[in-house]
Design a protein around this ligand. Structure first.
Ligand SMILES: [Zn+2]
Length: 459
């Protein structure tokens, strides 16, 4: 049969061309783990996840699984799989200390496969993004706002500053031309500037993240804010008279932050619920960074300073994380820190109500700022979200799927066919105890299997 000969000839030709390498395995089947896929649905026991060429090829049950060709098996019986974690609020470059190179492998070792950088010096932060996303050095996948957009005078000298609505639009255009992934606005952006930023960003289909100061959260939500950082603007929206808060934001960054934290304990729960309702209805993703609020509220607590986890970061960084110096710069008194602790109760109440109204919460940490350990802080944030009233499953969704929604990418945050193969294999059940998310056995980044132990050995 000439037909068959023809096919055989083609097969032989291809085989010679490819040196018969095509039979080598290019896929791996993870077999037997309990799968938490990121959707928030019930976990799938005895699962099989097939990964090939950086993506999830199929997801199924062990019972009716047949190993595809060119696929090796990895037995994960008795373990758990969840999507790679997303830290939705990080700073990879410190304005003074420069690129936090040491932080990159920490993120990976702790299962954080994607980060959203929300401010740095424009050129260096985008250079870091390129370096990591092209795989030139190990680290998480990076989405970046480049530099934040602020009013005048800007809080940080490397921010893009705008005095008028026209300048705000021009600032957005400049960031778009630099190829940022989102726009981040800061505390000195008032309602006029914010409206211009949101309108201009909409033209380019870019989300806007807000650490608000001179605009309240309800106003920002109605104007189309994408994500709310640090629960900012909520006391300003819920307070009977926010004038003193705005005066504080105008006087200095730290005065604004202190007044904002101090305001929480006095807020009326009905007003908080009203704000939560508006934010949920407007689909604002809330990135509460509870780990930041919690850490700042306990800066005078010896347990925070004596945290053994701090020993896992480079000594020079430990020295830079100078807490007494930070307290002095911020001008915080014992009474301020006590008020910050009282704020935590109201912040948790807000999150519970927001979550009950189907509002979306995403995990963010503000690492690698003082005392916020890159990667590890994501696990602390999930623990604090559970303490605030979310279920462990909801906390995991906040760190996975909702992180992807924050970035507006549909290839991340879920374990399903076609998605990027970013996942974390755990030794213990995170749904039974959220702290078990730290029991990391393996991390898979874009289909590449990483061992946290071997990453740590190279620190
Ligand atoms: Zn930040």
């Amino acid at each position: 049969m000439p037909h068959r000969h023809f096919h055989a000839a083609i097969a032989l030709g291809l085989c010679l061309l490819l040196a018969c390498r095509s039979r080598e395995p290019d896929g791996i089947a993870l077999i037997g783990a309990t799968l938490i896929d990121g959707t928030g649905g019930p976990p799938l026991e005895e699962s099989v996840v097939v990964i090939r060429r950086g993506h999830v090829e199929s997801v199924g049950s062990r019972g009716d699984f047949r190993l595809p060709e060119r696929t090796t098996e990895m037995d994960l019986t008795g373990r758990w799989i969840m999507p790679g974690l997303v830290d939705g609020h990080v700073h990879l470059v410190d304005p003074l200390a420069g690129v936090a190179r040491w932080s990159m492998t920490r993120y990976l070792a702790w299962g954080v496969t994607t980060v959203r950088d929300v401010h740095g010096p424009l050129r260096s932060v985008l250079a870091v993004r390129r370096q990591l996303n092209r795989g030139w050095s190990p680290g998480p996948r990076v989405y970046s706002a480049g530099s934040m957009l602020d009013g005048v005078p800007p809080t940080y000298p490397d921010a893009v500053a705008a005095r008028t609505a026209k300048e705000a639009r021009r600032g957005v255009d400049r960031l778009v031309n630099a190829d940022v992934d989102l726009i981040k606005v800061y505390t000195r952006v008032d309602k006029t500037l914010l409206a211009a930023v949101l309108d201009e960003a909409r033209t380019f289909n870019l989300a806007v993240a807000g650490h608000l100061g001179l605009t309240d959260a309800v106003t920002a939500a109605r104007l189309g804010l994408g994500s709310l950082e640090h629960l900012s603007g909520i006391p300003e929206a819920a307070a009977a008279d926010p004038a003193a808060l705005y005066a504080a934001h105008r006087s200095s960054f730290f005065a604004g932050w202190t007044a904002f934290e101090r305001a929480w304990a006095g807020l009326d729960s009905m007003s908080l619920a009203r704000v939560a309702g508006v934010l949920a209805a407007q689909n604002v993703i809330v990135v509460p960074t509870l780990v930041l609020h919690e850490t700042l509220s306990r800066l005078d607590d010896p347990a925070v300073l004596g945290d053994t986890m701090l020993k896992t970061i480079p000594e020079e960084e430990q020295r830079r994380w100078n807490v007494p110096d930070m307290i002095a710069r911020a001008g915080w008194t014992r009474s301020d820190l006590a008020a910050f602790r009282r704020a935590r109760t109201a912040q948790n109440l807000f999150l519970r109500v927001f979550n009950a109204k189907d509002g979306r919460v995403a995990v963010g940490t503000d690492a690698a700022n003082q005392m916020l350990i890159p990667g590890h802080a994501v696990h602390r944030e999930m623990e604090l979200l559970v303490a605030a009233g979310l279920t462990p499953g909801e906390a995991i969704t906040a760190a996975t799927r909702n992180g992807a929604l924050l970035l507006r990418v549909d290839s991340l945050g879920l374990i399903a066919p076609g998605k990027v193969a970013d996942l974390v294999v755990l030794e213990r059940d995170p749904l039974a105890d959220i702290r078990n998310t730290t029991s990391i056995h393996r991390v898979v980044l874009g289909g590449r299997m990483l061992s946290p132990d071997s990453i740590r050995s190279r620190w």
